[in-house]
Write a protein that binds this ligand. Sequence first.
Ligand SMILES: CC(=O)N[C@H]1[C@@H](OP(=O)(O)OP(=O)(O)OC[C@H]2O[C@@H](n3ccc(=O)[nH]c3=O)[C@H](O)[C@@H]2O)O[C@H](CO)[C@@H](O)[C@@H]1O[C@H](C)C(=O)N[C@@H](C)C(=O)N[C@H](CCC(=O)O)C(=O)O
Ligand SMILES: Nc1ncnc2c1ncn2[C@@H]1O[C@H](COP(=O)(O)OP(=O)(O)OP(=O)(O)O)[C@@H](O)[C@H]1O
Length: 542
Amino acid sequence: MSSTSRRADGPGAVSMSLDALLHASRALAPEARLVGPPGSGRTGVHGVTLDSGDVEPGDLFAGLPGKLRHGADHAGEAAAAGAVALLSDRSVSCLPTLVVDHPRRVLGFLAARLYGDPSRALSVYGVTGTNGKTSTAHLLAAGLEAAGHRIGLAGSLETRVPDRSCRPAVRTTAEAPAVQRLLARTRQAGGTDAVLEVSSHALALSRVDGTRFRVAVFTNLSPDHLDLHGDLEQYYAAKASLFTPDRCAHAVVNVGDPHGRRLAAETRCPLTTFTSGPEPADWSAADIHADVDGTRFRLRGAGVDREVRLLLLGPHQADNVVAAAAALAAGGADVAAALRGMEQLASVPGRLERVDVGQPFLAFVDFAHNTGGQHRLLPFLRSLTRGRVIVVLGATGERDPEKRAALGDTAARDADLLIVTDESAHSEDPAELRTAVADGARRSGQAEVHVEPDRRDAFSLAVSAARPGDVLVVAGRGADQRQTSTRGSRPFDDRIALRAALLQHAAPRPSAERPPRQAVLDTSAPPTRDDDDPRPTVEDPA
Ligand SMILES: CC(=O)N[C@H]1[C@@H](OP(=O)(O)OP(=O)(O)OC[C@H]2O[C@@H](n3ccc(=O)[nH]c3=O)[C@H](O)[C@@H]2O)O[C@H](CO)[C@@H](O)[C@@H]1O[C@H](C)C(=O)N[C@@H](C)C(=O)N[C@H](CCC(=O)O)C(=O)O
Ligand SMILES: Nc1ncnc2c1ncn2[C@@H]1O[C@H](COP(=O)(O)OP(=O)(O)OP(=O)(O)O)[C@@H](O)[C@H]1O
């Protein structure tokens, strides 16, 4: 491939003939056959993609059956863009085709071969679980870099290779060709390690097939993504599929989580356990103190017994640090140096990120978008105030209809005031999403519930309602950059919009002539706590 590659994550492929790819496919798919004119087997392949819009000359185009369409229907466009062959479950006349029954199951391995099996030349850390993947991955990255490693990183927030600027991620785990290209680029840039967030979608859709993990980490499991998996058992099975000896050399599992205990009992990989609870484990976090200035706890594990002081907020970050430390120990890294790097990590974007313009209450943006995340987030916020907990939330369209009411219900049980607003409804009717969340919230009968469709107005409403000493959180979107609905897609960063609302409605003003608040809710009641002391330090509430 040329150095003018359009792909932002660039070159790195080796050249293979179709015959060699056919041979490699048969190890996984004995039924594999090549359909095409005589001599097709000698065609040289230099790269692979599954998107006709991404084809570069010399590529193998994987035409996959999808939910909406069949990729093979785009083979003509792929050929016009320079694809030299098709991988699919059906043959086409315009390209020699490597025909297999389940092309996704072969794609990752072929991509790995085409990019030189990069995971075998790196220490690859994979992180899976419902919550904590991004935080743990960023802690691992900070730790590895502090210990002198050169790393690649791919997850929900960003993709990066050593010495190159970051790119925003498209999704948590990219499709297999992009995963292999990232690993190849990391290796090419002299990288030693890579950290990958591994979503359950990725496991169900074979996106990390062909990747050999030095260490795989399981954080926790709670209901999410059941639209894809069907039920919790299938969701667990997707996660557990990472922890097999053919995929990972070492499993690092949270035995403080019920599904983690099951996984620890079931995996056949060499195992390291961790917990922030009372269970016996190889690594543990104890005496967790979390407040608005940071999180400290006692970390104990192989050869380590020391206090950790994090800048990151929330007791759940202790779980993520102990996970990262256990993984680094399993991977042979210098844990002491890595911990110093983790302690310096100032924030993970959109994860309990504080927004402060001098207002007399605490305000945060967080990415809790399932009940598991809410169960860790909201008790912590409650611990920060003797005033009220105000939550702004919504539900994303085209995802998990069943979790919408549950999100409202859980938030209403732990909050005092809930403002339900729009997130990205995508093709769905935003009013139906709001109704589902608000109905769930009202069912619990606990918090005061308001519905404000416009997201900016919802922020203003929440800020206007906040009294000194309260805690306000905008939960569910974290650092997402866009809001998408049938009316289009607009840039929307919760952190910027919340700051604007705070500046408009709650920032201290130099003049005594502070304009009256545009209060839509009743803010006349006196604060329920001592304003001078809004943020007590508490024990881990989780
Ligand atoms: C459920 C899911 O993950 N679906 C993925 C799947 O879609 P699909 O099978 O329905 O594809 P399709 O649109 O019918 O198209 C079929 C094939 O034709 C190809 N095609 C299509 C059109 C065209 O012009 N040319 C072309 O080649 C497509 O690349 C695809 O290979 O294959 C597509 C091609 O790669 C993915 O883009 C798509 O991810 C969608 C966009 C998605 O949103 N996935 C999310 C839910 C996701 O993966 N999330 C996880 C977890 C997030 C979390 O933890 O919260 C993630 O890892 O990000
Ligand atoms: N270890 C943990 N246990 C429970 N909840 C957590 C944990 N870590 C983070 N959270 C909560 O989950 C939210 C998402 O965290 P993070 O982005 O690290 O997880 P994730 O698994 O990458 O999520 P996603 O897959 O949706 O990107 C956080 O904002 C926080 O509310």
